[in-house]
Design a protein around this ligand. Structure first.
Ligand SMILES: Cc1cc2nc3c(=O)[nH]c(=O)nc-3n(C[C@H](O)[C@H](O)[C@H](O)COP(=O)(O)OP(=O)(O)OC[C@H]3O[C@@H](n4cnc5c(N)ncnc54)[C@H](O)[C@@H]3O)c2cc1C
Length: 404
């Protein structure tokens, strides 16, 4: 099903996929990346990968209505492992199209949407997180027009599975810091790339440090023109907040769903406690509000607009809902000292969520930075003071190093 279908017909096609085609495709598939790939392959076979992406870039060329129907019907059925594909499918492909990098979108879109290729986002560095324009990883042009990349990235989710990376690098240290950046698609298997996994307190190994030692990147892997990396990164981060704030089940790291919280409260014998019921109601209202806000943002994006500062509102709601749900789950499902019996999988899940939820206040840009964005770009409050505007990046680095 690739052409626009009637909503009822599309809905029954999605139901058929979820209830008939998906279970055998996932049966007996174990391992994080294997389950992620099996799910994406089945999604692609059913003509449901990249619903809102135009067909020429590997998607289905459908719209917001189909995205919404898919989210409604797939709630509870999308394996969490699919989040390894979110950077490629939800961030990179729409951003390449939005930035006019159509050749790259045509080349990589089909693989990123169908699950043949995993892409990671190589933005953050040890000294460039919130201050992303401060990246120091450098890309130097060679005589033949290719680039040589040297530097270090950190917090790179799922880089250990990725074949491709979207990299932000400095190509001109003489320019002010927001103007000397460029964006590239890099081959993660290229000589000189080293990926070192980091373990989190939840037990997961999502993050990695990634080192680049004179890694050659072909000239045609530059996204846009040299020096256009900052607006490209802002657009990618906008798409990331659209994804993060989505309230549906295929959203990566979504809060513990309201239905699951109710199940945990029943399981712990706390569902008739008035204080717990009030907190359950707050969870329901918070998640419903976030879903409506994210639907509105998604409708604008699918209509062709690049995501704007309103996505910061969705991201803040997401963090608040995630933390509220994790605290509630821990109170109703875990015993004193956050312990649980070995065979209690519901409580073990709750424990994972409690440890995992705080990360969302940082991932995709911290809550403080979202508040700054809302203050400056939505409410029109005065911008943060900066002494760096117009100063060549090379001089900023010297000043900081001089102070140490
Ligand atoms: C779950 C998760 C997934 C991630 N995945 C990726 C990924 O795949 N790729 C990638 O490139 N990065 C990724 N990151 C990194 C993430 O983008 C950074 O952690 C984030 O940008 C914050 O940067 P930082 O950690 O350097 O904190 P810092 O920038 O050092 O901030 C420290 C604290 O100071 C506050 N602060 C800083 N500046 C200001 C200011 N101007 N006003 C007010 N407060 C301020 C911050 O809000 C924060 O509380 C991920 C992070 C998480 C948690």
């Amino acid at each position: 099903m690739t052409a626009r279908a009637w909503p009822a017909e599309f809905r029954s096609h999605v139901r058929e996929f979820i209830h008939t085609a998906l279970p055998p495709a996932l049966a007996g598939v174990t391992g994080f990346a294997e389950r992620a790939r099996a799910y994406r392959a089945a999604l692609h076979r059913a003509g449901l990968a990249g619903l809102g992406i135009p067909a020429e870039f590997g998607g289905q060329g459908l719209g917001e209505a189909e995205e919404r129907i898919f989210a409604e019907e797939s709630a509870g059925s999308v394996p969490g492992e699919d989040r390894v594909f979110q950077v490629g499918a939800r961030l990179v492909v729409p951003s390449l199209i939005g930035r006019g990098a159509h050749d790259l979108a045509r080349e990589f879109g089909p693989g990123l949407l169908s699950g043949e290729m995993i892409c990671c986002q190589l933005f953050s560095e040890p000294e460039a997180g919130s201050d992303l324009a401060g990246v120091r990883t450098r890309a130097a042009r060679t005589k033949d027009g290719d680039w040589l990349v040297t530097g270090q990235k950190v917090w790179t989710s799922y880089a250990q599975y990725a074949g491709l990376g979207l990299l932000l690098a400095r190509t001109d240290a003489e320019a002010p810091k927001h103007h000397g950046l460029s964006m590239f698609l890099v081959d993660m298997d290229a000589p000189g790339v080293e990926v070192r996994p980091l373990r989190q307190m939840s037990g997961d190994c999502e993050f990695n440090e990634v080192f680049f030692d004179e890694v050659r990147v072909p000239a045609d892997r530059l996204v846009g023109r040299p020096g256009e990396g900052w607006p490209a990164a802002v657009a990618v981060l906008g798409h990331e907040r659209v994804g993060v704030s989505r309230g549906d089940d295929s959203s990566p790291r979504r809060p513990i769903p309201y239905e699951r919280l109710l199940e945990l409260a029943r399981h712990g014998g706390r569902d008739s406690d008035p204080a717990v019921r009030e907190r359950l109601l707050d969870a329901f209202l918070g998640q419903r509000t976030a879903a409506l806000v994210s639907r509105r943002i998604a409708a604008r994006t699918l209509a062709g607009a690049e995501p704007g500062p309103e996505t910061s509102v969705g991201k803040l709601l997401r963090t608040a809902n995630g933390l509220h749900a994790a605290r509630l789950a821990s109170d109703v499902a875990l015993g004193a000292g956050a312990t649980w019996a070995g065979d209690d999988t519901l409580a073990a899940d709750a424990a994972f969520w409690v440890l995992d939820a705080p990360g969302m206040a940082m991932g995709g840009g911290t809550d403080e930075i979202q508040r700054n964005t809302i203050g400056e770009r939505v409410l029109g409050l005065p911008r943060e003071h900066s002494v760096e505007r117009g100063v060549p990046f090379r001089d900023l680095v010297r000043t900081r190093e001089g102070q140490q």
